[in-house]
Design a protein. Sequence first.
Length: 321
Amino acid sequence: AWDSITNASPQNMTVLKGYCRSYGSTDPQIGTDAGNTIHDFIGTPNSGSYSINATRTESAPGHLHGWNLVGNPYPSAIDWNASSGWTKTNLENGIYFRTDGTYYSYINGIGTGTATNIIPPMQSFWIRVDTLQTSGTLACNNSVRVHSSQNIYRVRSSIYANTLHITATNNTNGLTDDTYVIFSSDATDGFDNQYDAYKMFAVDPSYPQVYSYIPGAGDISINTLSALVGSRTIPLGFNAALIDQYTLKFGLVSSFTSNGNKVYLKDLTTGAYQDLSSDSIYQFTSNVTSGLSRFLLYLVMFYNNVEFIFNFARPNFLTWI
């Protein structure tokens, strides 16, 4: 649902609004050198306070509800987590970046891919108006600006307890995608706009896609659930547009095992299951597929040195060990 700009004469872009410029090999501004072009920005750099309205139109054909592309208006980086300087009215807390044919998301200290809270100069990013709202406001001033040379995102190092980082890789082309499943006493099992981030699927079909799901909200890239008590089952979504060999790598498993908990993976297609504390890498073959029908995560918490664990022959049946 992109709106094409076809102005016959130059016009100023709206400050704080995001834009996408597509360059082709025959573009008259760049000739055939699409990947190595210098652009000159002439004028006074932006400084001070800016504001932009965001919308959520449920009935607009071809539009994804509530998504708004905004942009860093400053010649410096900005910090989405800045303690002052932001106004985020009726907005969810997640931000989303499009990069190399896929999307990265960031919320509440956790980022997929290489996304962080630092937004580089002139970088566009997605925000979303909260459910049941029809409009919102994003405003900022110089307090959000930071000194940073970060042109390439890097993963934030501070991680919660009971956090699982899952990376899917196509073994042939090396392309990856990732998702997080987190348990926190601050969150609920429903969609929490301060802790959960939606899944934005890659536009390049060569990427595998991995994600989880929240009923009533949809596919999720960063899923923060309520505190881990007893045992939990989490369907793990997997999409593949290519018949190929794939790898799932499970990071931060120690954030569970250090608390005496365990994590298991079950492959619903082959029937195999794996204790991820013993082996955090799972390789498999996939046909073209999408949805929540391939994998299940089993997360197990100890009670007074007694472990609840799923009977894998009867997944809804708990046994004592």
